[in-house]
Design a protein around this ligand. Structure first.
Ligand SMILES: Nc1ncnc2c1ncn2[C@@H]1O[C@H](COP(=O)(O)OP(=O)(O)OP(=O)(O)O)[C@@H](O)[C@H]1O
Length: 334
């Protein structure tokens, strides 16, 4: 659905040139929810805005739904942009227009009939749960409600792609979760492809299928959210993963450990099975859980534990082999 090839973008201010993004390749499948995470100034906004050519890349190709956007005339581009909705951190609503009129705005631009606009706006109000607020003005709404208007407006012309520019950054945690649930719901119901940028790992973990980590204008890591989360490689990725992990570093325990410290990861339904107990029950090995998370990433359960095994070396090896046989990943804590 989205194919960015060798995208670079430089900004020139006077005699100084800043390379905001450098040689980025990104392919996003139809129906996917793809997250781009990075610190402030990493190049996230620039990258996102190249997808609808709000920022024209200095070089590279931008294809959406198979159409090369950089080669289009401005009228052709305007038409293609209807297939790409966008929502913003600060909502960008028309302050002097009601919720209904804000949502109707792109439909009026597209010259739909009054009756068609009314029908479509009612559908959208229902989809985002704002039927009761249709005649209010933005100033009368909460942040979460304003973002719902933004989402309804972005979906008005039935786009294939929704771009989300830090869409939950101005919201409190509870409202953030409600908006993320709405995005997930829209993705499931409409099959729309979602590309979002954020600096919060929580957002990635809650709704994304894949993630790219961007640092200094380059993609430094990319993959399925589960893999990146459980086995982060780049220091920037580790930094983001630690946002949602326990702040206590279990490596502090290595010096005082009596036994063998292992890091164990598991994914899927085995998360709920008594695997540790079963692995040690026929041995004299004992274990202590020193740190642990059992949670869900989107819809997939996973566990991540730091375990100290105490006992005979050979028996511990047998226990670890048994756990690996059951599909758990077990590695020495280092
Ligand atoms: N219009 C512009 N003119 C000059 N430099 C710019 C412009 N827009 C962005 N930059 C620079 O490009 C780099 C990337 O900026 P960008 O806004 O894409 O980062 P970001 O990751 O979205 O950051 P934030 O999370 O703070 O919005 C920064 O060094 C920024 O200063």
């Amino acid at each position: 659905m989205i194919e960015l090839s060798d995208i670079s973008k430089s900004y020139r201010t006077g005699s100084v040139s800043v390379e905001a993004i450098k040689h980025i390749d990104l392919t996003i499948a139809k129906g996917e929810i793809f997250g781009i995470i990075g610190h402030s100034g990493a190049g996230k906004s620039t990258l996102l805005r190249t997808v609808n050519l709000l920022e024209r890349p200095t070089s590279g190709s931008v294809k959406v739904g198979g159409v090369e956007l950089t080669k289009l005339s401005s009228s052709q581009l305007q038409k293609e942009r209807r297939r790409i909705g966008m929502i913003f951190q600060h909502f960008n609503l028309l302050a002097m227009a009601t919720v209904r009129d804000n949502i109707a705005f792109p439909l009026r631009l597209a010259k739909l009939s009054r009756a068609a606009i009314q029908t479509r706006v009612n559908e959208l109000l229902q989809l985002v749960g704002l039927e009761a607020h249709a005649d209010k003005y933005p100033a009368q709404l909460s942040g979460g409600q304003k973002q719902r208007v933004g989402i309804a407006r972005a979906l008005a012309s039935n786009p294939d792609v929704l771009l989300c520019d830090e869409a939950t950054s101005a919201l409190d945690p509870q409202t953030t979760n409600a908006i993320l649930d709405l995005l997930l719901d829209i993705n499931k119901k409409l099959g729309i492809t979602i590309l979002l940028i954020t600096h919060e790992m929580h957002v990635i973990r809650s709704i994304c299928d894949r993630v790219a980590v961007i640092d200094g204008g380059e993609v430094v890591e990319m993959g399925d959210v589960l893999d990146v989360f459980l086995q982060p490689q780049h220091p920037t990725t580790k930094d983001f993963v630690s946002q949602v992990a326990d702040s206590f570093d279990p490596r502090e325990l290595i010096a005082s450990s009596k036994g063998r410290l292992m890091k164990i990861n598991y994914v899927g339904e085995i998360t709920y099975e008594p695997l540790l107990f079963n692995a040690v029950r026929s041995t004299s090995v004992q274990f202590a859980i020193l740190q642990g998370t059992v949670s869900r990433m989107k819809n997939t359960p996973y566990g991540q534990l730091v375990i100290e095994f105490i006992g005979e070396d050979q028996e511990i090896r047998q226990v670890i082999a048994n756990l690996r046989d059951k599909g758990l990943e077990a590695g020495e804590l280092a």
